[in-house]
Design a protein around this ligand. Structure first.
Ligand SMILES: [Zn+2]
Length: 137
């Protein structure tokens, strides 16, 4: 039995197979882990264990934040700038200007205009590998 799941944490698409089911042991809750972000998507009762296989990695956090796909972001060829405030030592957020030549479809989809400044992009969507603030203290 194979199920297709979408990770609620990162949006990755993956398949779930149950192995070793049908044993004499009673069913218990087994976690289904996302193969991409490794987080537990949910738990389900089974007598076996679940194995997951990545089908499609999610779009980057930045693309998801902007409501577009990675391909659209690449195609737009916008240049991300860091907002480092006055000190220049710490990045507070990111911004970019919608480039000339951005497709009409993308402008319609996002509601942006050419030359519009898109500011306040959180650092964590640009640098998702950075530990987030919640993990401190
Ligand atoms: Zn995930």
């Amino acid at each position: 039995m194979t199920m297709v799941e979408t990770c609620s944490h990162c949006g990755a698409l993956f398949t779930v197979s149950c192995i070793g089911g049908g044993g004499i042991c009673g069913a218990c809750q087994e976690p289904i882990d996302c193969p991409h972000c490794k987080k537990i998507v949910r738990q389900e009762r089974t007598t076996g264990t679940f194995t997951t296989t990545l089908v499609k990695a999610p779009d980057s956090a930045l693309a998801q934040y902007l409501g577009i796909t990675d391909d659209e972001w690449d195609e737009m060829d916008a240049e991300l700038q860091a907002n480092t405030g006055h000190s220049g030592e710490m990045t507070y957020s990111y911004w970019f200007v919608v480039p000339e030549g951005t497709s009409d479809e993308l402008l319609a989809k996002t509601g942006w205009e050419v030359d519009q400044m898109i500011a306040g992009i959180p650092v964590w969507v640009v640098e998702p590998d950075e530990p987030d603030m919640a993990s401190f203290g």
